[in-house]
Design a protein around this ligand. Structure first.
Ligand code: UT7
Length: 325
């Protein structure tokens, strides 16, 4: 009998401090940086984002999202034997945010680790968890994307600081004889390191380099549009499905124009695309599970439907997951 992995619960968390474009534009203006609600909405579709306070770490947001997902799945934390957290803003250099979260959930035993694939982090984490469940290495996993990207934003750089937000999204992924995850497709190309990076590291107790986000927006935009289409087609082909089988596209929430382009290429109407970028901004690894949980809880996504999840980000990394929920 085929063994699948299946999402049995979702959860999410947004920090309570919500900034509309007007709020952020006013804060930037006080620092002499010029921006506007019109520019941000027209170029990105973003209207608001949430920022965590200084005492809130990625593991704190992940904890709330994980507890919601466990509750939705009807599981106790003690039943979890694998935790994978996608994050580029970990609590510490080490241990991993997944281990810190494991401690906060009071779980002992099983495996816990982070994956670092920036905005593709959740797609990478879900793919690894699926493979481990299919291989029999785990049976009940928490797969999470959690970020406090506000910590690595350069608020003097208007081309990037208006784009990102903080948050977490989680799913419980369980071994099942019913499908489940139908196909996965991951890629990376390290040639593009420089177009999206945080070029700093810790050395001798000091931060070396610039630990703030740097992005060539147009280069990222162009690459993203091409690779997302390729990944979508690859994952459909692997599962023996076509665009017509997709009930919902749940894309990485970076820019509404990238999502529109992907939908157009797949001949999907926009009412089959889950959109949360307007309210969350780009929450990197958290964006897909946050969008997924939002659409599950508001009744857009229904059990039995086929979802195409896809992400792209620094590395350059990209990938897609096709699943039945
Ligand atoms: O999650 C990882 C993936 N990341 C992405 O997907 C991001 C991909 N890139 C993008 O989404 C877009 O490239 C941006 C939204 C970042 C930028 O949009 P764009 O249409 O490529 O704008 P641009 O960079 O060409 O800038 C156009 C103008 C420039 O002014 P000039 O040189 O034409 O006078 C910018 O200085 O807009 C100006 N500008 C702004 N104006 C007001 C840039 N940022 C702002 C701002 N407010 N915040």
């Amino acid at each position: 009998m085929n063994m699948y992995s299946r999402i049995t619960g979702t959860g999410s968390c947004l920090p309570s401090r919500r900034l509309t474009n007007a709020d952020l534009v006013a804060e930037l203006a006080a620092q002499g940086i010029d921006s506007s609600d019109e520019w941000i909405v027209e170029r990105t579709g973003i209207r608001a984002r949430h920022f965590a306070d200084v005492n809130t770490q990625s593991s704190d947001l992940a904890l709330v999202a994980a507890r919601q997902a466990l509750q939705a799945a009807g599981l106790q934390a003690s039943e979890i034997d694998l935790i994978i957290v996608g994050t580029s803003t970990p609590d510490m250099v080490f241990p991993s945010t997944a281990c810190i979260l494991q401690g906060k959930l009071g779980i002992r035993g099983g495996a816990a680790f982070d994956v670092q694939a920036v905005c593709s982090g959740f797609i990478y984490a879900l793919t690894v968890a699926d493979a481990m469940i299919k291989a029999g290495s785990a049976r009940k996993a928490l797969v999470i994307g959690a970020e406090v990207f506000s910590r690595i934003l350069d608020f003097k750089d208007r081309t990037t600081c208006v784009l990102f937000g903080d948050g977490a999204g989680a799913v419980v992924l369980e071994a099942s004889t019913e499908p489940g995850i139908l196909a996965t497709d991951l890629h990376a190309d390290g040639k593009y390191t420089d177009i999206l990076c945080v070029p700093g590291h810790v050395s001798g107790g000091q931060v070396s380099g610039v630990p703030l986000l740097r992005m060539d927006g147009q280069a990222v935009f162009k690459l993203a549009v091409g690779v997302l289409d390729e990944a979508a087609r690859a994952v459909l082909a692997k599962a023996g499905k076509t665009e017509a089988d997709i009930d919902w596209l749940v894309p990485h929430q970076a820019n509404i124009r990238i999502m529109q382009s992907t939908a157009r290429k797949l001949k999907l109407p926009m009412d089959k695309v889950v959109i949360t970028v307007d309210q969350h901004g780009n929450t990197s690894a958290a964006s897909i599970p946050l969008a997924l949980d939002t659409a599950v809880r508001n009744g857009q996504i229904k059990p039995g439907q086929t979802l195409l999840l896809e992400g792209v980000g620094g590395g350059f990394t990209w990938g897609a997951v096709l699943l039945k929920i």
